[in-house]
Design a protein around this ligand. Structure first.
Ligand SMILES: *Cc1c(COP(=O)(O)O)cnc(C)c1O
Length: 391
């Protein structure tokens, strides 16, 4: 299985666990137990039950007829936007909160950039009656007031990170510092990033997306496999979930779409695969945007969820081995794709998901080509941006 990590959490040269000595017991405890827990009957029963009755899964696989007509292919949308809380992130937080419970943890910490992962974490902590502390950059707290309000209403404590640029990477540093001081807490990471076993664990929890796709495609087209799957990449969790059960099946084309912001060469972008180099971020070896001194370059995208300076180690490996093709879309292209989907299908996508849609016009699609676009989230949270740019 070429695209599964080895025993040390490496996908080729990428992955591993670069963590302070003091965190070793915590990470080791998780590493020793996560697969066994995920594969246990009691976990599976509770996880599947909550996904069905709380999240609303399976999410529909929708044949977008007018979009298909426009681009001359057969285009399906995997509707993660219809999940409770509005995106794919909850698949992961539901799974990890159950793992935390199996490990006997009673306190959860998380970091968040725009607040989406913070809200998804605060949601499952409310559901499970667990204490929740979310670290968030002070700048982000000011920019993302509605999500801060949601987290507080859900009972989470939001702690401002006041160092550096006061954004996501500073919140991550604070969370790790807190974890070292309170090793009894469970650190709930929001994407396929972080030290091993997080990337593999989160990929397994998001894999429900492609598991359902196989069944749904078989029902609707007679075949389990599409020709092409397209997903946007911030850290890479929705893409990992949409690709997971197709990774070893090399006839299925996988397309990962990064945010090009104002343009790949503008200095204001988050196109890690184009601009990044090998380095260590957030406890794993991967590709990331860094300057000549190894300092992280602040990424930029109109969509908060894609505004991350690295990608998870699986994606670095998919890029290096060319198993996935990496494309990108600018702010402008994503906005145009979002307006288009809204007008012709009556679906307002998240700005992140709009990046995946934005590559459709750049591809040479064939009439009988079956394409699945993973619609990772809904656009309610982006209305202010959409209204501001509406002509
Ligand atoms: C957070 C988010 C993303 C990006 O995260 P990944 O881990 O790359 O999936 C994409 N879409 C939506 C709607 C999000 O909220």
């Amino acid at each position: 299985m070429k695209f599964q990590p080895d025993n040390n959490g490496y996908y080729g040269q990428f992955g591993g666990a670069f963590i302070p000595e003091l965190l070793y017991p915590n990470v080791k405890e998780l590493e020793d137990n996560y697969i066994q827990i995920i594969e246990s009957e009691s976990f599976q029963k509770e996880y599947k039950d909550l996904l069905k009755h709380y999240v609303g899964r399976p999410s529909p696989l929708y044949l977008a007829k007018r979009l298909s007509q426009k681009y001359g292919a057969t285009i399906y949308l995997k509707r993660e936007d219809l999940n409770h809380t509005g995106a794919h992130k909850v698949n992961n937080t539901i799974g990890q909160i159950l793992i935390a419970k199996h490990l006997g943890k009673t306190k959860i910490i998380a970091e968040t950039g725009a607040g989406q992962h913070g809200v998804a974490t605060a949601t499952v902590c409310a559901l499970m009656d667990l204490e929740c502390v979310v670290f968030m950059g002070e700048t982000d707290i000011k920019r993302q007031a509605p999500n801060v309000a949601r987290m507080k209403m859900l009972g989470a404590k939001v702690v401002p990170a006041t160092s550096g640029s006061k954004t996501l990477k500073d919140a991550t540093n604070e969370a790790i510092r807190y974890w070292i001081q309170h090793p009894d807490t469970y650190y709930l990471i929001g994407s396929v990033v972080g030290p091993h076993p997080y990337p593999d664990m989160v990929a397994r929890l998001q894999a429900v997306i492609s598991e359902e796709m196989k069944v749904q495609l078989k029902e609707q087209t007679g075949k389990e496999n599409p020709n092409t799957i397209i997903a946007c990449v911030g850290g890479g969790s929705n893409a990992a979930g949409a690709f997971y059960h197709y990774l070893e099946d090399e006839e299925v084309e996988l397309i990962a779409v990064e945010a090009a912001g104002l343009g790949v060469d503008s200095g204001e972008s988050a196109a890690t695969s184009q601009l990044g180099e090998v380095g260590v971020i957030h406890g794993s070896k991967t590709i990331l945007m860094q300057d000549e001194y190894g300092q992280i370059i602040e990424p930029y995208s109109i969509s908060a969820g894609l505004d991350y300076p690295g990608v998870g180690p699986l994606h670095a490996f998919l890029h290096e081995t060319k198993r996935a093709m990496f494309m990108n879309a600018t702010d402008k292209e994503a906005l145009a794709a979002a307006y288009e989907l809204t007008k012709i299908e009556g679906i307002i996508p998240a700005l992140e998901s709009a990046h995946a849609l934005a590559v459709l016009p750049k591809m040479n699609l064939q009439k009988d080509q079956v394409v699945v676009v993973n619609l990772s989230g809904r656009g309610d949270k982006d209305l202010e941006t959409y209204i501001k740019h509406l002509e």
